[in-house]
Design a protein around this ligand. Sequence first.
Ligand SMILES: *Cc1c(COP(=O)(O)O)cnc(C)c1O
Length: 391
Amino acid sequence: MTCMRKGHLLGNVLIVKGDLIRLSKSCIGAAEKNAVMDVLDSEYLGMGQKTKDFENILSAYFNRTSTCVVNGTAALHLALQAVGVGIGDEVLVPSITYVSSFQAIAATGATPIACDIDPTTFCLDVNDAESRITENTKAMMPVHYAGGMGPISKYYELANKHGLRVVEDAAHALGSQYDGNLIGSFGDITCFSFDGIKNITAGEGGCIVTSDPKVIEKVKNSRLLGVDKDTEARFNRKRSWDISVTDQGWRYHMSDIMSAIGISQFHRLDEFSSKRQKLAERYGVKLKSSGRIIPLISDFKNIVPHIYVIKIKGCINRALLRKNILARGVETGIHYTPNHLLDYFRHDVKLDLPVTDLHFPTILSLPLHPDLSFDDVDRVCHILISELKKL
Ligand SMILES: *Cc1c(COP(=O)(O)O)cnc(C)c1O
C-alpha cells in the first residue's frame, strides 16, 4: 500500500506523476485510534494505568525492568545520569549516529567522544574506542546502527577492563538479536525509542531497560522531576503533595495516550519485523544486478532492519542522484551526518575518523516501512539503478 500524495511538493521538486514512496512513516490502524479514544474517554491522560501496562508488557518481553519515558533521547539522558555521568566526564560514542546520542551525553554536562566505526557494520570500532579512553572516560554508548550490531561482547570486555558503564543506544534495534539473545534482554542498560518512524511507535516515547535496581529507582524518580516514589503514587492513583526531592529531575514521563498507542503497536511488532526483514531481503536481490550498490546488511535472520542503507561505489554526485530519484517519486535519506562534523561537537574531536570520513559520502538510505509493498521496492530499485547509470 503506497501512500498516495499526487502533486506533492517536496523541497522544490514537484512530484507530478505517480505516488510518492516515502522513506519512512508511522503505520497506524484502527486499533491505535480506538486505544487513544479510550484514553481520551477516561479523562485521565497523564501517566497512569496504561503506562504501567505498557511497562509490564515491555518488561515481560525483555525479561528485565523497562521504564517508559517521553522519547529515546530522554531515555539515553536519564540512563547516563543514573550511572553518575556528569560534568567533566567523557562518553565514547560512534560519530555516525542520530544527533540524539550526542545531545543526550551533552545534556548531562559530559563530553561525547566521537569514535570511528567498523566499515562492515557502521557500529562502534572497539579498537578505536579503546584508543580514546582517558582518565575521564566514564561510559560508552554503542549504537546498533540500522538494527545491526557490532561485537557487543567485545564492547563489554572493554568496559569491564576499564570500569566503564555501557548505555546501548538501541533506538534502531527493537526486535534484533545478538548471538541468539534479544537486544535489551542482556547487558548493562539498553535504551529504545518509540518515535513516529521507529520499529514501533508510541507517538513519541522511549524506554530504559536494565536489571540494575539502583538505575531503575533513579530513572523512575528522575523522569518525574526527581520526586521520590512519584511513579508508584501515580500508578496507584494516590498522588501525594507532600513530596521529597533529592536529585535533579526532568519532565520526561510517558503519558497514557502514548502508552495506548505503544501497546497497540507492540501487538504488531512481529508482523512489522517480518515485513521489514522481507522488504530488506528483496532489496538485496533486486540490487544485485547493479555492480555499484553494496547493501550494508544482507543477512536479516537475526536483524530487524530499521533503515535500509546502501553504499555506492565510485564517485557520485549524491545530492543530484537524490534529487533525480525524488523527481521520480522516491524519497531517500542519509543516516547520518557524522556528529564530529556538526559545529556544536566539532571541537571535541581529538583524532580524525578515517573510516567514517571515507564511507559517509557513499551512503544512502532507501525507503523502508511496513506499509511498503514488494512492488514499491522493485520500483525503488529500478529507479535507483537507472538514475545511477546516468551519472
Ligand atoms: C531515534 C533515535 C534516537 C532518539 O530517539 P527519539 O525518540 O527520537 O528521541 C537515538 N538514537 C538514534 C540512533 C535514533 O535513531
